[in-house]
Design a protein around this ligand. Structure first.
Ligand code: NAD
Length: 469
């Protein structure tokens, strides 16, 4: 009998991290994966998108070199080569994960894992005809793009992010359904490459769950780059428009409108991959379409855990990794190292967006009295040097205690800098605690110090409001 201490189903950033941490803790681990290791993040999500954002932003930047006295003639791009670079990046990271699994003596079982009912108290997983046993199983099967339940959704030119990555050419006209994270990141890539991009978003704002100022600013920036954005625009059907075009029909201000393109990208959320994951009588208690778990990611079945996109809530690679580590700690009876309830999020638009904790509005909704500080990056030296002065950093702290509750950033390197606020929140740091450290100069991080100083109206590089002069 093939028996392990731990079988992980799914080798995405949730599953492979759990497998490695399990092995580091001395468990005998197997991971079951139907595809390449790395999951959506490495193969079809974060990594390839960020590579395409990097290449397309470089193309856009090169055309604006004269701002720095640098001239380049005949700047062009080869979409096939951009895809090659993206794939090389993906392959190198996937190869790295394979090496890590091998180096940690983790057995990789190729195929689709199905959770079976436990046999004599031991959990069981089938992969094809084979059955493997383990004291513990972590379900980390991830998510897949949700399709829209509307007419025409199966037209070949109506694609999801997987389909978009498979194209060998950049669409001249792209209609994106959904102004969420995937929608605005792909709008960034293809508007950089000169495609005509339209975003149709059902809600009143793009990036609806982000700070209002971030959504409004991003809308303005994308519009300035030629992206046609329609909010409160609910898409109801797709039609083949002939001439290799496809049309999306949507309702805006009570009237039916349409937008056509070479392709329609549906970026309207992701669904957990639960079909086929459980044999009959082996389905744990569910919470709608998601697997229900407790705070250590235990499901209702003894020894079976679920993490990442399968459990709903925040669908981010680093959240899944943190869940995986927490689940392994629960298996090994060791205490949790990470605070899994404070999850930073980044959007790789230009400028970048990053958030953590509460916004001012969310804190107020929860009845928390707050104080806030804000710094506009046009007064930050590094931002002026690189001509990335557009943007701001906002900090939200509890009134009285001055404990940091949240931060919202829209500026260069925001996705790297947000970590400073994450560290502050999980360690209950206050505004004065954070201000104890000197920021080096010239850096974008000086904006963090200035936003913190602004909580007391003491930002050095902000012209005082007339009332304070
Ligand atoms: P999302 O939920 O962020 O956005 C989907 C958007 O589609 C919503 O704003 C929704 O209102 C809209 N929508 C739904 N039906 C519609 C309709 N009929 N007409 C018009 N608009 C409609 O989902 P996403 O952008 O697909 O991303 C999926 C997940 O992946 C998210 O949880 C996201 O956080 C994650 N993700 C994260 C990153 C990152 O961290 N940088 C990048 C990509 C994806």
């Amino acid at each position: 009998m093939d028996k392990y201490d731990l079988i992980v189903i799914g080798a995405g950033p949730g599953g492979y991290v759990a497998a490695i941490r399990g092995a580091q803790k001395g468990l005998n681990v197997a991971v079951v994966e139907a595809d390449r290791v790395g999951g959506t993040c490495l193969n079809r999500g974060c990594i390839p998108t960020k590579a395409m954002i990097h290449a397309s932003s470089l193309y856009r930047e090169m055309q604006k070199g004269e701002r720095f006295g640098v001239y380049a003639e005949g700047v062009s791009f080869d979409y096939g080569k951009i895809c090659d670079y993206k794939q090389e990046t993906v392959d190198s990271l996937v190869g790295g994960v394979e090496q890590l699994l091998k180096g940690n003596r983790i057995t990789v079982i190729q195929g689709r894992g199905v959770l079976l009912p436990p046999e004599d108290g031991v959990n069981a997983v089938s992969v094809g005809e084979d059955v493997y046993y383990a004291d513990n199983v972590i379900l980390a099967a991830g998510s897949k793009p949700a399709s829209l339940p509307v007419e025409g959704t199966d037209l070949t030119k109506v694609i999801n992010s997987d389909g978009l990555f498979a194209l060998d050419h950049a669409p001249k006209q792209l209609v994106i359904i959904g102004g969420g994270v995937i929608g605005v990141e792909f709008a960034t890539v293809f508007s950089n490459l000169g495609s005509e991009v339209t975003i149709l978003e059902a809600l009143p704002k793009i990036l609806d769950n982000f700070d209002k100022e971030i959504s409004q600013n991003l809308k303005m920036i994308l519009k300035k780059r030629g992206v046609d954005i329609h909010t409160s625009a609910m898409v109801s059907r797709f039609e083949d428009a002939g001439d290799d075009k496809v049309t999306a029909f949507y309702e805006e201000k009570g009237k039916e409108q349409s937008a056509s393109g070479d392709y329609i990208l549906v970026a309207a959320g992701r669904r957990p991959v639960t079909e086929g994951l459980f044999a009959e009588d082996a389905e744990p208690e569910m919470n709608g379409r998601y697997v229900k778990v407790d705070d250590a990611f235990r499901t209702s079945i003894h020894g079976v855990y679920a993490i990442g996109d399968l459990i709903g809530g925040i669908q981010l690679a680093h959240a899944a990794s943190a869940h995986g580590i927490r689940a392994v700690e629960a298996i090994c009876d060791s205490s949790g190292t990470q605070n899994v309830s404070v999850v930073p999020a980044g959007v790789y638009t230009d400028p970048e967006i990053a958030i953590v904790g509460l916004t001012e509005a969310q804190a107020k909704d929860q009845g928390i009295d707050v104080i806030t500080g804000k710094f506009i990056m046009s007064a930050n030296g590094k931002s002026l040097i690189t001509k990335e002065e557009r943007g701001f950093i906002k900090v939200v702290a509890e009134a009285g205690s001055e404990k940091i509750l949240g931060a919202q950033m829209m500026c260069a390197r925001a996705t790297d800098m947000i970590g400073e606020f994450t560290t502050a929140i999980v360690n209950d740091l206050t505004v004065p605690d954070m201000l104890r450290s000197i920021m080096s100069h010239p850096t974008y991080s000086e904006g963090i110090g200035e936003a913190l100083e602004d909580v007391h109206g003491m930002s050095l590089h902000t012209v005082p409001r007339p009332s304070r002069r």
